[in-house]
Design a protein around this ligand. Structure first.
Ligand SMILES: Nc1ncnc2c1ncn2[C@@H]1O[C@H](COP(=O)(O)OP(=O)(O)OP(=O)(O)O)[C@@H](O)[C@H]1O
Ligand SMILES: [Mg+2]
Length: 312
């Protein structure tokens, strides 16, 4: 029953004849009317509360429907992203793999030509052959980078306990010629033992350190520090340099494949290194970024779950 259909005059109590009404009957009737009125007030109140409850309920239902719709869209976008990543990986693998063979067919004879006929033809011929050899080397570097990028793939079954100090020593060995040529000074702090894909983690250190050695102002000796601190269940690694630094505007962009901020003549490279770092770190359940180093230069950091990201 609603407030509109209820009235305080609805009275089921029989009305006594005026002559027979006593004071106590009048009081009784008065009390009954009061009780009925109070009851109706309560009912009206309940109606109002009920209407409010219905409105809140309808709002909640609408919110749940909207949330379900957003979740469906998000899931669809994440599926699309995973699919396009897999397509890119597949494309990178096929393209780089299939390009290797024709490249060998070009680079082999060109290298022979350079070796056998350098200085015997005219200066122009030497220069043209030099361009061709350089082009082949760059193409090989791009193919190698793309193959590495496309092979990062799934981690299952490849995790092992990795002593990062030992791994870093190996990586510094690979970089010894560049370190020596640039006069770089590399300080390494105490690094942890973590569960990771050792080959891939080696590629992360290799790319970050080779960048730190490479991107310095001409005439400057690189000063590089590598360290790690525990952050909850993860480790945060840092590679700090005294190099040319990176404008905050470009800090996100450099992790994209083939994204470079400098010409090849200024600083050589293919622009694959940091995209490979990002992919590997994310495969391990971590994140990567760059900030200003305290004394100028850049501070590249990445996090790695101590369990290799198997729990995430
Ligand atoms: N330590 C650094 N200091 C300053 N700039 C950097 C540093 N590391 C990377 N960059 C910038 O980010 C760009 C992308 O780096 P990335 O390692 O992907 O490519 P690369 O070193 O040019 O080529 P590759 O690593 O494939 O040989 C670089 O070209 C450079 O402009
Ligand atoms: Mg690089």
């Amino acid at each position: 029953m609603t407030a509109a259909t209820r009235t305080p005059t609805e009275n089921t109590t029989p009305i006594a004849s005026p002559g027979a009404s006593s004071l106590s009957q009048t009081k009784e009737r008065g009390r009954a009317t009061e009780v009925r009125r109070a009851l109706m007030n309560i009912l009206d109140d309940l109606d109002v509360k009920n209407a409010k409850f219905e409105a809140v309920n309808a709002e909640l239902r609408a919110e749940v429907a909207e949330r379900t719709r957003s979740e469906r869209i998000l899931q669809q976008q994440s599926d699309d992203l995973a699919r396009s990543n897999a397509d890119l990986e597949q494309f990178a693998y096929v393209a780089s793999h299939d390009l290797s063979e024709p490249l060998r067919a070009i680079s082999g004879p060109i290298t022979l030509l350079a070796r056998r006929y350098e200085g015997q033809l005219d200066a122009d011929a030497d220069e043209y052959i030099g361009f061709a050899v350089d082009g082949c080397l760059r193409m090989q570097a791009i193919i190698d980078g793309l193959l590495a990028y496309s092979r990062v793939g799934r981690l299952e079954g490849t995790l092992e306990s990795v002593d990062c100090n030992a791994l870093l020593e190996t990586v510094l060995g690979w970089l010894a010629p560049a370190i020596e040529a640039s006069g770089a000074n590399v300080r390494v702090g105490e690094l942890p033992v973590i569960l990771a894909d050792k080959t891939q983690l080696g590629q992360v250190f290799l790319n970050l350190l080779s960048n730190a050695v490479k991107f310095v102002a001409p005439g400057t000796s690189p000063h590089i520090a590598v360290g790690a601190v525990q952050a909850g269940a993860a480790w945060r690694f840092e590679v700090t340099d005294n190099g040319i630094g990176i404008d905050p505007e470009y800090r996100k962009r450099i992790f994209g494949i083939f994204k470079r901020l400098h010409g090849r003549e200024e600083y050589p490279g293919t622009g694959i290194g940091l995209s490979l770092v990002k992919k590997i770190v994310e495969r391990h359940g971590g994140t990567v970024g760059v900030a200003d180093a305290p004394l100028g230069g850049s501070l590249f950091w990445f996090t790695l779950a101590a369990d290799g990201g198997t729990q995430s």
